[in-house]
Design a protein around this ligand. Sequence first.
Ligand SMILES: *[C@@H]1O[C@H](CO)[C@@H](O)[C@H](O)[C@H]1NC(C)=O
Ligand SMILES: *[C@@H]1O[C@H](CO)[C@@H](O)[C@H](O)[C@H]1NC(C)=O
Length: 369
Amino acid sequence: AVPLLCSLISATAALSYLGMPGWSCSDDLMKRSKTVPTSVHSLRPADIDIIGALGDSLTAANGAGAETNDILGVAIQYRGLTFSVGGDKTLDEHISLANVLKKFNPNLFGYSIRTGSANVWETAKLNAGIPGADASDMVGQANDLIRRLKEHPEIDYLNQWKLIHIFIGGNDMCAWCRYSSETAENYRDNIRKAVQVLQKELPRTIVILVGMVDISLMRRADADHKVCLRMHQSECSCEVNPDVTDEMLSNETKLYIQAQHELEDSGEFDTADDFTLAIQPFFEGVDNICRNPDGTPNMDFFAPDCFHFGAYGHAVVAKNLWNNMMQPKGSKAVGNLTDTGNPMLCPETACPFIRTTKNSQDCTKYIAP
Ligand SMILES: *[C@@H]1O[C@H](CO)[C@@H](O)[C@H](O)[C@H]1NC(C)=O
Ligand SMILES: *[C@@H]1O[C@H](CO)[C@@H](O)[C@H](O)[C@H]1NC(C)=O
């Protein structure tokens, strides 16, 4: 949620970025399939032509490009910097899923650029995320995204392979302590309904669902920042509610994550060969915020409200996300928000695809002869 602002601090400092200069994989792993794949389990990163996203202010990237202390900048949607579909800069300068995929396929389409709201096609493109959205808004966003895919002549939505990224739940969790309707079951069912709409309307689609983050982590960043604490009153009331313990928030987050896994494990989105849902659970088990070498919170991770991600935070999250997508289900690494120059993975030679439930079980049947 974007709050009304009562305080303005004008001192600013330079923004921090994290890129992967010169990153590449072997030619064989970078190339497209010889013929357009018919199975979502045989999808090389370079086969993705279209990228889109559903989500909230972390997908709209509120504040991501705001300089330190520029509290007003949190109201600005820096869609071009979001960790999923943000297409500003290059991978050399800023890590995002879109910037990684552009390395594999320079013709990738749908990523958002610069700033602005979801309804400005020239900049938002297929980034349908809206600040303040919760899981109950996902069906509406899914329909909006489908309309865009069908309306725009530069997209062949029937034949091109599409990656749709979903990250939602922050606002559900921020309201969880106040509304009895914010249960893990409702959260799951709201996401389910949206993915069902995508499944019905979009052939050749992989849905990437990011596992829920534990918002009690934010408490470790904002303790010394009065302006942040004040902003969180409106942004995330359950986070600043003293009656809500860290343990309560962590427990509820675990229930949300379990509910997400149920969607993948049920097999309900594995009924056609050209559609699947793949959860990237790197936030699961993350028990620390981004730290400086001396152990203090690295505030570059956050936007000036110590809640949304800053450009650097988006890049760290994007690296964790990409690595999870390259790891088979069951062996996906727990994320680490402190980046120490750890590598960004390439597709595995033995299974050079975006990993799905099915190709994680047995990849051999998805390798073209
Ligand atoms: C959190 O979950 C643990 C393990 O299930 C349980 O023992 C504990 O009582 C829960 N705490 C709260 C505050 O609900
Ligand atoms: C994350 O990385 C930092 C820096 O290398 C390290 O100190 C920390 O133990 C890591 N955390 C986890 C959970 O692996």
